[in-house]
Design a protein around this ligand. Structure first.
Ligand code: PRX
Length: 663
């Protein structure tokens, strides 16, 4: 038997035996929170949350912690004033101006070590540049930038001016960018000529070109450059303004941070919901920053002297809260890596961890599963020592958890599995690493001050810790929660509140936030997250709406009707399968299949590419004509079909299943 075979057997045996893992004593001894009294302090609702707000510098202290008079439009730290850029940059200058704030590594090996003083200078110059082209307080600035320092610098420059940023993940297509520019009423787009992915400099600015042709609005476009000059392979339109030229005009300029009302928006982050249109989750300045800083300190155990690496992308909420705002508010050193983890070799992640002597490491279960598939030999021989590791975004299977614990953590690091969402701003269900035992596959206890519960489909609350599954809700508001869906209060209510609240009531205790996830409240009090209950899927940690995918597929002329469902995938967690009825006279072919895949890439982005396109004659529909995606999902996942009696033609799913099996 090979070594790895023996190891697998050993892992499995251990997994069967050991349900809980104690945090190492050396971790507990140094942790930011090691006294369970924290939970009691946060029981004082809502005043407990002042502990997080007190981590920040305020220009004006708040009058009231929570104004809950108009649920679900809660207001946090009302009367307070602050600036997020000041809190993440300026206030650290006295104590740590020479300390590295951002440690950036390009995929091509280029490095930048940006001290807090450098960051101060760059953020000020960029704020001056933005101001010079007309950006004012409350203007939404759309950022379509990859993992380069320009991204956090531009975010913080916007925050300095009080202009909410709307970061669109660089992997999103031109169409998705145009949609978000229009939806956010944004008159400014900041992009870059290109960036590296697997050794190639991708032409990124072309997406802005196509987006500007598609958008209804006509925003001003600013272009950063990946190197000192525009790359030869990229063509930048004369209509655009080069950031470098603007910065030259504003060298050493200082911009006073605008004092923002605690409730003024800090940013928008678009995410997928149950309709075809993405939602602009609007986050407030005071509550969000307090919550991001507080959870960074207590859950991620960040200290200023740490080197902390969250290997997510700033284009998603994880990067906003836990690469930029939380860690920088605490004055730590945050690592950013531009490229793919397997370029130029599969040890790249561990090479970076060793080079920068990373203390705290944060990644997704998809990444862990990928590392596991590549094998422990790619980790061995690298000298790094994490004391703390995080997973986020998807359920982690106990096998993957144990591999992470053993091969990356050396059985000597804590792991926190953090459950939260774009909407929640920060962690809601997660253990505090020194206080609770780790349990593979379980997110653990609610974060301090957070009160989750499970409801059955009739809205009845399940007995706490009953071991049963239900709809996950959050009963009390918290400072990191979204304020609303940008420009659409009705959608805010219908997506998150309506199902499980008494919407006629003015009493906030009658309102419950619907997470959209199913969960089990285990007998030990830990929550195990089961995944989305709505038409949202989680592909390699990227959140996608079934409706968005279906509307992209329907853009193809050849398609008469389409249904998209999620299929379980060993590495990516879930992948989209597309079932398509073609129009009369259109022949099934690889060309048509390619057109469908291409449409998804164009409308959303390559990361959303369907795994399978299945051509069918009919789709399973109820008598009223509603497509029963659940049946298709069972076919994709090779499960029993279940009840088909309500179908107009009960033979349809079986025919499709036979066809899928034959393919
Ligand atoms: O289904 C849950 C899953 O990710 C969804 C939120 O996605 P997004 O808004 O993109 O934010 C991801 C990063 C915070 C949730 O509704 N999810 C998130 N964390 C976990 C998780 N599923 C299981 N375990 C987690 N720790």
């Amino acid at each position: 038997m090979s070594d790895s075979g023996e190891e697998d057997v050993e892992l499995e045996a251990r997994l069967r035996e050991q349900e809980y893992f104690r945090p190492p004593a050396k971790f507990v001894g140094q942790a930011n929170v090691s006294d369970p009294a924290i939970y009691d302090r946060f029981e004082e609702f809502p005043d407990g949350f002042e502990e997080y707000a007190n981590l920040l510098d305020w220009d004006e202290t708040w009058d009231q912690v929570l104004d809950a008079s108009n649920p679900p439009f809660y207001e946090w730290f009302t009367g307070g004033e602050l600036n997020a850029s000041y809190n993440c940059v300026d206030r650290h200058l006295d104590e740590r101006k020479n300390q590295t704030a951002l440690l950036w590594e390009g995929e091509d090996g280029e490095q930048r070590n940006i001290s807090y003083r450098d960051l101060y200078r760059e953020v000020n110059e960029m704020a001056a540049a933005l101001r010079s082209i007309g950006v004012e307080e409350d203007d939404v600035v759309t950022l379509h930038l990859p993992m380069v320092p320009a991204l956090p610098v531009t975010m913080l420059a916007c925050a300095r001016l009080g202009a909410p940023h709307s970061v669109v993940f660089a992997g999103f297509s031109a169409t998705a960018l145009a949609e978000r520019v229009d939806s956010a009423d944004s008159d400014y787009v900041v992009t870059i000529d290109g960036y590296y992915r697997r050794g190639e400099l991708l032409d990124h600015v072309q997406k802005a070109d196509a987006a500007m042709a598609e958008a209804d609005r006509d925003p001003e476009v600013l272009v950063w450059t990946r190197h000192d000059e525009v790359d030869d392979s990229v063509d930048v339109s004369d209509d655009y303004t080069m950031v470098a030229d603007l910065l030259d005009d504003h060298r050493r300029e200082r911009v006073d941070p605008v004092s923002r009302d605690a409730e003024d928006p800090l940013f928008l982050m678009y995410t997928s919901g149950t309709t075809g249109e993405p939602k602009g989750c609007q986050h407030r300045t005071g509550g969000y920053l307090s919550y991001a800083a507080g959870t960074s300190k207590y859950v991620l155990d960040i200290e200023p002297e740490d080197t902390y690496w969250c290997a997510a992308d700033i284009g998603w909420i994880t990067g906003h809260s836990y690469i930029v705002y939380g860690p920088l508010a605490l004055g730590t050193t945050s690592v950013m890596y531009e490229g793919a983890p397997d370029h130029p070799h599969k040890s790249r992640t561990w090479e970076i961890a060793e080079k920068y002597d990373v203390d705290i490491f944060h990644t997704s279960p998809t990444a862990v599963r990928q590392f596991m598939k590549w094998g422990a030999e790619y980790v061995e021989g690298y000298d790094f020592d994490f004391r703390h590791m995080t997973t986020v975004g998807e359920p982690i299977q106990p096998e993957a958890w144990l591999w992470y614990y053993k091969h990356i953590g050396g059985e000597d690091a804590v792991i926190v599995d953090t459950w939260w969402q774009t909407e929640t701003g920060g962690h809601l269900i997660t253990n505090l690493p020194a206080l609770e035992d780790m349990k593979p596959g379980s997110a653990g206890l609610p974060a301090p001050g957070i009160e989750p519960a499970l409801l059955d489909d009739d809205g009845e609350e399940l007995e706490p810790a009953s071991g049963r599954a239900g709809n996950l809700i959050i009963k009390k508001p918290w400072p990191g929660m979204l304020q609303t869906v940008y420009g659409n209060d009705e959608r805010f209510i219908s997506e998150y509140w309506e199902d499980f609240s008494d919407t006629d009531s003015d009493d906030w205790t009658d309102w419950n936030y619907k997470a959209g996830d199913g969960a089990v409240h285990e007998r030990d009090g830990y929550f195990r997250i089961l995944g989305r209950l709505d038409d949202v899927m989680n592909v390699a940690g990227h959140r996608l709406g079934t409706m968005e995918l279906e509307s992209a597929v329907s853009e193809v002329q050849d398609v008469a009707e389409a249904a998209v469902v999620s299929r379980d995938h060993t590495e990516k967690g879930e992948v989209p399968d597309v079932y398509v009825i073609l129009r009369e006279g259109v022949e099934e072919s690889d060309e048509v299949r390619q057109r469908i895949v291409g449409a998804v890439e164009d409308e959303i982005g390559k990361f959303a590419r369907p795994a399978n396109v299945v051509f069918v004659d009919d789709l399973p529909k109820t008598r009223s004509g509603k497509i029963m995606r659940r049946l298709l999902e069972n076919i994709s996942n090779d499960k029993d079909l279940g009840d088909t009696t309500t179908l107009r033609d009960p033979s349809v799913p079986e025919r499709i299943r036979d066809q899928v099996k034959a393919d």
